[in-house]
Design a protein around this ligand. Structure first.
Ligand SMILES: [Zn+2]
Length: 259
């Protein structure tokens, strides 16, 4: 298996690298010792100081309410998480993101489109899924291996020079835009996200109606960045439909707790 071969190679260099088991899907990934919790917290503090934060009590309460329930569904899959949910005031930005350490940002543009808590839970679950799966650390590890290990020592330090590399790993870059995750990571985040939403007592069926709505939306002249960086709606909706028999029972047993 690719993961073990690579782990062996890098073990010669660091003696620390290893395999990671992705929560909810059980996929094995290869991850170098990147301190993503420390990096994520530092990057989030940086973003908060640069972007406009919303003080709207309704929006903030909504994001906290949904986020707290998703965090409970994540459980101990995110060791060392200090959850923080921030609403960024950007009505034209249809986006949300999550960083290691449990740092979650939602833009007001997304809140207008994700009209119900069920829909918001789908999007937040997806973003948090990227984090618990450690997709950013996996991407950084891949990039470092591709560079022949020359960046290894550099990237395992907490130096602020690594912030850009780190943000790119998590799909964000310094200008605040989004980079594309691989198709595997997107699909896996969809799968994990819909499981988290269901375990948090939110209707996973909202994923299908939400993406159908987004599909209509994107047929207009203006395609939000959030949509263009994600897989085709057709593919995504078909996958989500395939996961419904698996996630509906999770929803049925969880919703009793949140009634
Ligand atoms: Zn994504």
């Amino acid at each position: 298996m690719k993961c073990y071969l690579r782990a062996g190679w890098v073990a010669l260099v660091l003696g620390l690298a290893g395999c990671y088991t992705v929560p909810e899907t059980g996929r094995k990934s290869f991850i170098l010792p990147v301190d993503d919790v420390a990096q994520g917290s530092a990057a989030f503090a940086d973003l908060k100081s640069k972007e406009k934060i919303s003080n709207d009590p309704v929006d903030n309460e909504r994001v906290r309410r949904v986020g707290t329930r998703i965090a409970q569904a994540v459980g101990d899959a995110l060791p060392g998480a200090q959850w923080e949910f921030v609403v960024f005031d950007a009505p034209d930005t249809v986006n949300a993101f999550a960083l290691p350490g449990g740092k979650v940002g939602v833009y007001t543009g997304l809140l207008r489109l994700a009209q119900t808590d069920d829909e918001l839970a789908i999007v937040m679950g997806h973003e948090i899924g990227h984090v618990t799966a450690r997709h950013g650390a996996e991407r950084i590890s891949e990039a470092m291996l591709a560079a022949g290990g020359g960046l290894l020592i550099d990237a395992t330090t907490r130096d602020s020079r690594n912030h850009d590399l780190f943000l790119a790993g998590y799909g964000l870059f310094a200008g605040g835009g989004m980079l594309k995750f691989s198709r595997l990571h997107e699909s896996e985040a969809d799968h994990i996200g819909v499981r988290y939403a269901a375990k948090a007592g939110y209707d996973p069926g909202a994923a299908i109606t939400f993406w159908q709505k987004m599909e209509k939306e994107s047929k207009g002249s203006h395609v939000p960045a959030f949509l263009s960086t994600h897989p085709t709606h057709e593919r995504r909706i078909a996958d989500l439909q395939g996961w419904m028999p698996e996630v509906m029972p999770l929803y049925e047993s969880a919703k009793v707790r949140y009634r």
